[in-house]
Design a protein around this ligand. Structure first.
Ligand SMILES: Cc1cc2nc3c(=O)[nH]c(=O)nc-3n(C[C@H](O)[C@H](O)[C@H](O)COP(=O)(O)O)c2cc1C
Length: 660
């Protein structure tokens, strides 16, 4: 359609009904200033343009880049590196060619502020959260000039918004930001915008907010909600319709929590509760600025195909995230995996089997990752190496291989230790899991409620052995990263599945074996961890499983092959949207009993393990226990927010000076 064919009345006729014809004419003759053409401001412009507003002053000094794609209306392949203000002006003109636009491509500053607000009926704030000074300045000038102003912040999957009218409370009286260092102005702005914080409960990864790098998480849904409420308030203000609740009223609408709240802060941030929140916020900000950056910040950038394959394979799981492997790259086609086991210090690995299973998982992951690059791996275990140092030589070659459909799920596979849904497995999902490992393995499932309860009871007893065996104490006290959501070499406490109070208790107890013994003896110290980490998760899942080899496991290679099967099964469950937790210690204790491995000097622990082994055989059958490679549970539910991550590639490479 050519510009001459554009007809304003026709284009916006579907607004009629919610606005009268006379109101539509009034809207066409209004001018709105919008500062910021990013996620919020850009969507404001498009929304208000479609409402039929006829003139805008637009400002933004920035250009589009890829990290804008998730939420900014103007961010597209063909706008990268282009001026945001220019792009949005074009988009708006494409909707209404008769628009009267004034574009401030240099952004707004003290010298052009009056020009930016000239003849304006309303100011709409789309400025970056991290630009508090200029925001305060624009709102102050609007107040002086008698211009109403709206700010709507995209918060989580909702919006928090405030309206400032010329006769109402001013921005400064509400937020009290003047004279504060910039880092504290962020706090006052946020605390004033969202006096209650419904979004907090579903923020899964707080580390993604980086004040230092002036970057925070944000969603398109929130930007659109901001534009929705602002468009509505703009309509009411411009047409003098409907009730408007200006500051000190605040408004919160959270689509995720399905909540709307309107409140009133008579004294703005000066009120006693708000002041307290601000002070707490200052402390938090100081802590955040002192903290380490987010996990990917120090990740090595892989260069050659081998680097890329190993970089993927390092996401293979290992008991307690020990990552018992280092890589030595010889040339573009060859590298060596130097494996080791942890039998010298881990009571769960006295025969090295847990590490061997993990190494098998690593080899399988390597092959899957290589297939995604059109490569095949020839892997040979080096003979003559000590059993506790399994070593594999790998030759990589270009091959006509189909990319393994499990490849995309390598980094997404993780351990969920919290309760899952009890919804039974879909038959199709069980079938896919059964078929995931090839003909040498089968799965024994424990799914019926009565069986699941027996398994829960067994895991409860098993946990008692874990928590009261002195030889397990050094393992437990060294593998947990406290106060952590992510851990590169251990397990973060937040991934253990315990509540914060339980974690505090556990942290104190694990300070010494004396404390553990005291708690266990007099205060039932094992009860809470067994309840939260074993019994409840065991009851709350779709089912437990054992991956069983079709022949007895005898050699190191048998366990490595079992580890390959484990990884295919685990990745398949990730692909199916299932959560997964290994439950390996009952199998491990049963093997110690069978092979007469004295894993403890404590006779009580040995006796308990004998009983446990008998119960396990009673539940699963003797052969399943004997030939079982891997045991765990699966179920539907959300992925864990906290997880073990991995050492960066550079630290896993031998010769880097940092390898083991
Ligand atoms: C052989 C093996 C045994 C494991 N045993 C247990 C276990 O008994 N309980 C558990 O919660 N996690 C167990 N894990 C899971 C690891 O702790 C986990 O894979 C590791 O911390 C890495 O975390 P991620 O799986 O989230 O990437 C085991 C993993 C492997 C490979």
């Amino acid at each position: 359609m050519s510009t001459q064919d554009f007809d304003y009345a026709h284009a916006f006729s579907r607004n009629l009904g919610w606005v009268t014809e006379a109101e539509q004419i009034l809207l066409r003759n209004k001018r709105i200033a919008i500062a910021g053409m990013g996620g919020v401001g850009g969507t404001h412009l498009l929304t208000l343009t479609r409402l039929g507003v006829g003139a805008f002053n637009l400002a933004d000094l920035d250009t589009f880049e890829q990290p804008n794609f998730n939420r900014q209306a103007g961010a597209m392949m063909n706008t990268v590196e282009r001026s945001k203000a220019e792009v949005l002006a074009e988009m708006a003109r494409d909707i209404n060619p008769s628009l009267d636009l004034t574009v401030f491509g240099e952004g707004i500053h003290a010298d052009n502020l009056d020009a930016f607000l000239k003849d304006v009926d309303l100011f709409v704030d789309g400025l970056d959260f991290f630009a508090p000074e200029i925001r305060a300045r624009v709102f102050a000038r609007c107040h002086d000039l008698g211009i109403p102003a709206i700010t709507a912040g995209p918060i989580g999957m909702g919006t928090a918004y405030l309206i400032f009218t010329p006769d109402g409370m001013s921005f400064e009286d509400y937020f009290r930001m003047s004279g504060l260092p910039e880092k504290y102005q962020y706090v006052n702005f946020l605390v004033g915008l969202t006096p209650s914080a419904p979004h907090r409960r579903y923020l899964v990864d707080p580390s993604r907010l980086s004040l230092g790098e002036r970057r925070g998480p944000s969603t398109m849904m929130a930007c659109q909600l901001c534009a929705g409420v602002t468009g509505t308030e703009a309509l009411k203000i411009l047409l003098q319709r409907g009730p408007v609740y200006p500051a000190p009223y605040y408004h919160l609408f959270d689509a995720y929590r399905m909540r709307y709240r309107r409140g009133r802060l008579f004294w703005g941030n000066r009120g006693p509760l708000q002041s307290l929140k601000c002070r707490l916020g200052y402390r938090q900000v100081d802590r955040m600025l002192a903290e380490t950056p987010t996990p990917e910040a120090d990740a090595a950038v892989p260069s050659t195909p081998i680097h890329q394959i190993i970089d993927q394979a390092r996401w293979a799981p290992s008991g307690d995230n020990t990552q018992p492997w280092r890589f030595e790259i010889h040339d573009e086609k060859h590298f060596t995996i130097h494996g080791h086991d942890t039998r010298d210090h881990v009571v769960y690995d006295l025969r090295g089997h847990a590490s061997q299973i993990a190494l098998g998982g690593l080899l399988e992951t390597l092959e899957i990752a290589a297939s995604a690059q059109g490569m095949a791996c020839d892997i040979q275990r080096r003979s003559g190496m000590p059993e506790n140092h399994p070593t594999f030589d790998v030759q990589v070659s270009k091959a006509r291989v189909e990319p393994d459909p499990l490849a995309p799920f390598i980094p997404a596979r993780t351990t969920q230790r919290r309760p899952m849904k009890r919804r039974p497995l879909l038959d199709a999902h069980r079938d896919a899991l059964n078929a995931s490992m090839g003909p040498d393995y089968h799965v024994v499932w424990v799914e019926q409620p009565a069986q699941r309860r027996r398994m829960a009871r067994l895991l409860w007893d098993n946990a008692q052995i874990r928590l009261t065996t002195p030889e397990a104490y050094p393992v437990h006290s060294s593998i947990i990263d406290w106060d952590a959501q992510y851990s590169m070499e251990r397990i973060p406490d937040q991934a253990l599945g315990m509540d914060p109070l339980g974690l505090k208790m556990m942290r104190w107890a694990l300070g010494s074996w004396q404390r553990v013994k005291f708690l266990n003896k007099y205060l039932g110290g094992t009860l809470l961890p067994r309840l939260q980490m074993d019994l409840l998760p065991a009851l709350n899942c779709a089912g437990h499983f054992v991956i069983v080899a079709n022949k007895p496991l005898k050699t190191l290679d048998d366990y490595v092959a079992g580890g390959r099967a484990m990884q295919r099964f685990w990745l398949t469950s990730t692909k199916l949207g299932l959560q997964f937790q290994p439950e390996m210690t009952p199998l491990i204790f049963a093997s110690y009993v069978r092979e007469q491995v004295d894993f403890s000097d404590e006779q009580r622990s040995i006796q308990r393990a004998i009983r446990l082994s008998r119960d396990l055989q009673g539940l699963l059958g003797e052969q399943t226990v004997e030939q079982g490679v891997f045991m765990g549970r699966v179920g539907y539910g959300p992925t864990p927010a906290a997880r073990s991550i991995r050492l960066p590639l550079a630290r896993l490479l031998k010769g880097s000076g940092q390898g083991r």
